[in-house]
Design a protein around this ligand. Sequence first.
Ligand SMILES: C[S@@+](CC[C@H](N)C(=O)[O-])C[C@H]1O[C@@H](n2cnc3c(N)ncnc32)[C@H](O)[C@@H]1O
Length: 217
Amino acid sequence: MNEHPTVGTPGGQRPWGLPPSLASTVQRYFHYQVAVETGTYKGTSTRLLRELVGRVYTIESNLALYENARRALASDPDVQVFLGSSPAVLPSILNSLNSCALFWLDAHWFPEIPAADDSQCPLLEELSILACWPFIGDSCVLIDDARMFSRPLEECYRAGYWPALHEVIAASRFTPSTVSAIVDDVIVVGPSTLTLAFSDYSKPTGAQSVVWNNVQK
Ligand SMILES: C[S@@+](CC[C@H](N)C(=O)[O-])C[C@H]1O[C@@H](n2cnc3c(N)ncnc32)[C@H](O)[C@@H]1O
């Protein structure tokens, strides 16, 4: 399985993309057959999801990045790369699915790519589309960059585009039993049984114990 690559930031190196141990913990428990990613970029997490889940739909709004990713992934019939903004493309992908899925929401602008015209972070729109999808209750949604929703942003980011953490948690409460937690800079959302999948997560990874929101006693 892929190692978790890192990227340089002003604060030092931080892991890039979907953490493999987190994704495989979810997948070991739920056995999804389809993954949907928003924000393909260079396809790093697309490849990991392909390896873990089997079939991947990924959406990229930047034309040059889309073309590169499509070329790089063209030989794999189980990966489909879509061009467009995620809120516009997501509904047609969801309409084509007939069971739950694993989502990796990562269509988040960062300074190395051309400035976004519309939004730097379409997350709330993505979540409101997912909330109406009939299979969302059994799906897991992993949202990258948790830190971006809970701290002051650097100047290059337009604060109005980035929702606050409480707005993200509220928008991802898909059913009364949906739970959420922050693990390794990822907001993890899913059915209440997700808590069991993570019961021994901190042991092999050395991460802090996972604290879940909305766990019914
Ligand atoms: C942080 S990168 C994604 C990294 C990738 N998911 C990974 O884990 O390796 C964000 C990507 O989202 C794309 N993006 C930004 N806004 C988008 C939108 N509204 N719809 C689809 N993609 C978008 C950017 O062009 C960029 O390629």
